[in-house]
Design a protein around this ligand. Structure first.
Ligand code: DHB
Ligand code: MG
Length: 226
């Protein structure tokens, strides 16, 4: 039922006549053909994030975990004034993302940085603090889950008041509240550390939204920077 409703709603609300439909479809197919894991944000989430950027009038975004570039394509194709810096650890993954982003015609607004995020972050923050780079309006954290909180903390420090930060997958297939699961499952542990630290962070207001759909049961944390 969850998948059927995703298919039904997407067919009505994001049909093939939409300008970015072919680019998204190509990115999904090319990513699968090149062996990337089938863990990209599905279309309803990609579009939700793109609509959030429209509401924020976002011009500067960051993404932790490019994967095949689907989210970067959603955000840039639906926000003509948005530039995104997207961080990817794996060279072979980044190569596929570059193909997909070029196919979508948005390479000029996507700055893909290859390597560990923690290596790139000090320079990005320094550029923001010195005024060479604009503060962030939007951040999407969808990468190595044990670093959710680390990336969140950096993202807040680089954001303007009113910026939005989304952390994917914190519901962890329904295991978020399971203390036992956190002992062995890094996704759950990383999600719990993030939720618990965000709850103590006076710089933001946050909530978690649970979601069901074609990619099973999961959900994200959303925070707004004060
Ligand atoms: C996984 C990671 C993701 O970012 C996601 O959206 C779904 C699953 C995973 O590592 O299993
Ligand atoms: Mg994810």
């Amino acid at each position: 039922r969850w998948t059927a409703i995703d298919e039904y709603t997407t067919s009505h609300l994001h049909p093939p006549s939409r300008p970015n439909h072919a680019a998204i479809t190509h990115a999904i197919k090319n990513s699968a053909a090149k062996g990337l894991a089938d863990i990209a944000a599905p279309s309803n989430i990609g579009k939700f994030l793109a609509l959030q950027c429209q509401m924020l009038n976002a011009k500067h975004a960051i993404e932790f975990g490019t994967l095949g570039g689907c989210t970067a394509i959603w955000l840039t194709t639906m926000n003509p004034n948005l530039k995104i810096t997207t961080l990817e650890y794996e060279a072979s993954t980044a190569e596929v993302a570059r193909e997909n982003i070029a196919n979508a015609g948005v390479s000029d607004r996507v700055d893909l940085i290859l390597g560990p995020a923690v290596d790139a972050l000090p320079r990005l923050e320094q550029e923001i603090q010195s005024g060479q780079r604009e503060k962030l309006d939007f951040a999407f954290i969808d990468s190595d889950k044990m670093n959710n909180w680390t990336y969140f903390d950096w993202a807040v420090g680089m954001s303007r008041p009113g910026a939005c930060i989304v952390v994917d997958n914190v519901v962890s297939k329904g295991n978020l509240a399971d203390a036992k699961a956190a002992e062995t499952n890094h996704m759950v542990k990383g999600a719990q550390m993030c939720v618990e630290n965000v709850g103590k962070d006076d710089r933001v207001e946050a909530m978690v939204m649970q979601i069901v759909g074609e990619k099973d049961y999961d959900g994200f944390l959303m925070a707004v920077v004060k």
